[in-house]
Design a protein around this ligand. Sequence first.
Ligand code: F6R
Length: 608
Amino acid sequence: MCGIFGYIGSRDAVKIAINGLKKLEYRGYDSAGIAGIKDGKIVSAKELGKITALEKEVAKMNLDLHVAISQTRWATHGKPSKINAHPHFDATHQLALVHNGIIENYEALRTSLKDKGVHFVSDTDTEVVAQLIGAHYKGDILKAVFETLPLLKGAYAIALIHQDYPDQIIAISHNAPLVIGIGENEAFISSDTHSFVAHTREVVFLENSEVAVIKADKLEVFNTALEQIEKKSEQLSIEAIESSKGNYEHYTLKEIHDQPQAVRNALSGRFLQEYGTASFDSLNFDVNELLNVKRILILACGTSWHAGYMGAYMLEDKARIPVQAEIASEFRYKNPIVQNDTLVIAISQSGETADTIAAVRELKAKGAKILALCNVEGSTLVREADSTLFLRAGQEIGVCSTKAFTSQVVILSLFTLMMARMRHMSKQDGQEFLKALERLPDQIDSILKNSAHIEAIAKKYAHYENFFYLGRHYMYPASLEGALKLKEIAYINANGYPAGEMKHGPIALINENCPTVALCSNNLTHEKLLSNLMEVKSRNGLVIAIAEEGDKGIEKIADEIIRVPATIDELACIPAVVVTQLLAYFIAKERGADIDQPRNLAKAVTVE
Ligand code: F6R
């Protein structure tokens, strides 16, 4: 979603900002813009579409800037357009600001400003903030900011420049992430540390409602009472990653192929084969706390929720702990009951998903302990959680989540193993479970080597507009994930369903125009699934089966079979989901979709 990048210092601010924006591209956006101060006046450029369009535009303007704020916009209020792109300005064009988040009461604020004669040029909620600060400005910009902030409702991260203050950027963070990078006589501001980690690793995270005045050689941070507060800087340990697709046509394909290594990374140093159990260095809950857990609540959105759903099945089945996997956006409005012995597991690749973080805050306020599963160091979720298990999947740039999902399931499996071994699971069973985990990277590799077969099937079925994905037990969340991949990157309507539920309504949609992708690798329910697939066949439905090697039963039913290596039921979702990722990828490619940045989607969903 929207990404903010700002720079102040002696270097070429435009070049640094454009490069910074490119590092935020993965978040998803529809337009981009930049503003700076030149000869005491605000100068700016905005373009609809890709950052390269903005880059060409600023090159023509020949700007020589040493302070710049810039942003990639993902439309919420007002359609994607050059006018609605950020930055936005006050009526006198003395200030420019960029914003990430949503101003919930913008309509009322806009009306009252209009009543006072203020003319708006855009449809955005952001322009309301610029106009309000402009209206309060009487020569002291910080004062104008502090008079405006109490009027705003919602979540916002803002970077602002004013022509009377050419040597500073003001940054504001309220329920939306913003981090300041401190260099030598220069400073950066961004929604994501990856965008400037090549320049500096020294960072200051702004917390809720803090306001920072950033100069090249000085940083001041204020609380809501306008009192200056002491902020300690931290050193990032993340690497500056030169993200490259290598020889792959898309990041998404590269990340699908990263999975064997991502699984190895997730497992590395986290299990004890001799004792048949798992252990995590970074888990700072003591044994008694873990033994006292009587209930687990898993919170996440989208693909991370699918991984959580899988984890819930596993934890109940193996560790015999009641588990609820909840969609964070629903859960946060349920007024949850939290008992002392409940452990909350919050799962998020980005660590910035607004709904997940809001649910976590609600639960923290009720006294719950939070364990995060996250891929991004320094992200909001990591800072909120009591303890974090990192995915170690490497940066995921394709907007649709692939390798993060696999790593999430692997870590949930290790966590399940640890909790189960502390309770009822035998050492031998634990060791078998670990062996199955260790086999996974090679098993994924063998699926990737079978890509040509999957691509051929994808080409044959790419013209269908409706699909079902069916599975039972562990294959049910896997079918949800498979269907989501097809929806988001190929723009095809796909329903993930528990196969046993089909006859309760959805089967009415089955005909020769609606193929079914059947996820067959669950031994416990295999026979039942075959019966459900017969029901599909009897209604002229086509069946593309993802079936384990040696599964003979499916041969009489399926129109196409994609084989996956056999594993235990608890882990079978991983090979199956890798196939669905490739299927969605090749179908999307055949249809000419924008695979790495699908329309309307954002990588970090930082608004409700
Ligand atoms: C789907 C996808 C999204 C995310 C969801 C949560 O491919 O990427 O559904 O899984 O937006 O994101 P995180 O995991 O960053 O909280």
